[in-house]
Design a binder for this molecule. Structure first.
Ligand code: ARG
Length: 568
């Protein structure tokens, strides 16, 4: 709403300048540097300079335009000061309008910037027969949230889990399984057992390098659909996926497509042919490459034994998605370390003569650290993600036992708090940076945490319940003139802008920080203001305000992929 007032005042001034002076001038309408200068400020010197007119003339002209504009009803004071015209908002009228806007919208904060557009999001994408790493967790959390945020902006979203279910490593695992695997053990603990077999293979291959050739041979036959190998591969895939589902169920994440790399096995020939036809494939020591010029190392498309690579499958997936979903954007939520890979893909697409490489976005992210070091191993063992989530859940349960031992459904609530804590801790940081993983900090009920947001929302709900508030009761905007109240309203009114910005930058952290600020505004307000007052109108007005705050908090948390809680 305030953005809108600013925009409209800017338009009015520009229009009037054009009419009176028959020339255009740059008009700035901004938030003043100091709160004492009001809510909105219009520096006039840019106009003075562009028109070459004296300052006093322009000041009184601009002041007059603002006074005459339909937006003047929302202004308390219009004060020229130095080279600025400072505007003070009439808090009650602006507040009233914000409330009306809020309640007139079915889905407050929804935007239409994505209407009619499709975005494919490739995220999570763990590697079959390997454990679900903390990096894949980041991809899952970030990708899921970006999907929700874009959906709120009207985009059609296709959520794709590009499983790493193909590649030479399958030759190794199949070899290991057939020679020293144990069916029952794999059934019991698929991912762990298969990963073990993979490690054992490497140990053995150190002494018997010819095993590498055997593995390559097996993979080649798998590519050519050897039925025994295909059956094993399918079984490994299914069992691994079952394991990953435990994590997805905890996070409440799902996908529209689980087409992994293997899905493209029979679709790569077409891409390779096209590259050939376009004279882009070059033989290099028996392998097939695309030369990418000075900027990047060549893209290796086919090995000398004819087998394909990660990038070959990605190119094929890209064209498949373009032809199937007709995307306007395809996002790859993948760690910083694969930057070169995606740069190479874009370059190949350019060289092929297509014009959509700018629709390909690598939504990159940093590492998860523990005590400053990459969190991938613990005493040489991979950190099991389920264990990490379970630890967060256990810790939440301890906190609940301390604070509210009589709570019903403690286990379920602890699960929601623990998982959401991990989610929020990830998303509050801008994605491309590394961040520290400290469970005790992130599960804390106070501080910049997920539980703090959930706690604030629950607190508001319990206040509303205690006074038996119903949303359609009358309100009086006079009570919004009090600063902390108005501050909250202002924040509510920019919710949609925040969502759009988060969508444009693929940055849930913008929304996460906004929610923290909102929660802290409420807590400051609540520390000072009594809500359950005698006067019914005042009470209902205050309740309406915190009801809005609570709904924005809940909706924002939902977009981040956190889980709603009624009591804690
Ligand atoms: N499976 C890959 C990995 O773990 C990530 C896949 C990302 N998506 C893609 N289309 N390349 O490194």
């Amino acid at each position: 709403m305030i953005e809108k007032i600013k925009q409209e005042i800017k338009n009015e001034i520009e229009k009037s300048i054009l009419m009176k002076y028959e020339s255009s001038a740059p008009v700035i309408v901004e938030e003043p540097k100091k709160a004492s200068q009001g809510d909105i400020s219009v520096p006039v010197f840019t106009i003075v300079k562009a028109l070459g007119k004296p300052m006093p003339e322009i000041v009184s002209f601009v002041k007059n335009v603002i006074e005459e504009s339909p937006w003047a009803t929302y202004l308390e004071e219009i004060t020229p000061m130095g080279g600025f015209i400072n505007l003070l908002l009439k808090k009650s009228s602006v507040g009233k309008r914000i409330v009306e806007d809020f309640f007139s919208e079915e889905h407050f904060g929804s935007s239409e910037i994505g209407k009619g557009k499709t975005v494919c999001i490739d995220y999570s994408s763990p590697n079959i027969a390997k454990s679900f790493s903390i990096g894949h967790l980041r991809s899952t959390i970030i990708g899921h949230s970006i999907g929700n945020i874009l959906e709120k902006c009207g985009y059609k979203i296709v959520r794709i889990n590009h499983l790493g279910d193909f590649g030479t490593q399958f030759g190794k695992i199949i070899y290991a399984y057939l020679n020293f695997g144990d069916k029952e053990a794999v059934k019991q603990n698929p991912v762990e057992e298969l990963a073990k077999l993979y490690v054992e293979f490497h140990e053995l291959a150190k002494e018997q390098p010819e095993l590498e050739d055997k593995a390559r041979e097996i993979f080649k036959e798998l590519e050519q659909n050897n039925p025994e190998y295909v059956a094993l591969w399918a079984w490994f895939r299914e069992e691994s996926l079952k394991d990953y589902m435990k994590v997805y169920n905890l996070l409440k994440v799902s996908f529209d497509s689980y087409h992994g790399e293997a899905f493209y096995n029979d679709k790569m020939a077409a891409v390779i042919d096209e590259l050939k036809q376009k004279n882009l494939l070059k033989k290099d020591q028996g392998a097939m490459i695309v030369d990418l010029g000075e900027a990047y190392p060549p893209a290796l498309i086919q090995k000398s034994d004819g087998s394909t690579l990660y990038i070959t499958r990605d190119l094929s997936a890209l064209f498949y998605r373009k032809n199937t979903y007709h995307f306007d954007k395809v996002l790859y939520v993948v760690g910083n370390e694969q930057k070169l890979h995606f740069d190479q893909i874009k370059k190949v697409v350019d060289l092929m003569g297509y014009d959509f490489s700018d629709q390909i976005v690598h939504v990159n992210f940093g590492l998860v650290l523990q005590d400053g070091k990459k969190m991938s191993t613990r005493k040489g063992k991979t950190v099991k993600l389920e264990d990490v989530l379970q630890e967060a859940i256990n810790l939440s349960l301890t906190y609940i036992e301390e604070k509210n031992p009589d709570l019903e459904n403690k286990e379920l609530t602890a699960e929601k708090i623990g998982v959401s804590a991990v989610v929020f801790n990830d998303l509050k940081n801008y994605r491309s940076g590394d961040f520290e993983f400290n469970l005790t900090d992130m599960v804390n009920f106070s501080g910049q945490t997920g539980p703090y947001l959930q706690y604030t929302s629950v607190r508001i709900t319990s206040i509303l319940e205690s006074v038996d508030y119903h949303e359609l009761t009358a309100f009086n905007p006079v009570f919004f003139e009090y600063d902390p109240a108005f501050e909250m309203l202002k924040q509510i009114s920019i919710y949609k802008d925040i969502i759009e910005k988060s969508a444009e930058e693929y940055a849930p952290s913008i929304l996460a920080k906004y929610l923290l600020n909102m929660a802290s505004l409420f807590n400051t307000y609540y520390a000072k203001e009594k809500i359950n007052v005698e006067d019914e109108l005042e009470r209902n007005t205050k309740c309406r305000l915190i009801y809005m705050v609570r709904n924005v908090l809940n909706d924002g948390m939902r977009l981040l992929g956190m889980q709603p809680i009624e009591k804690m």
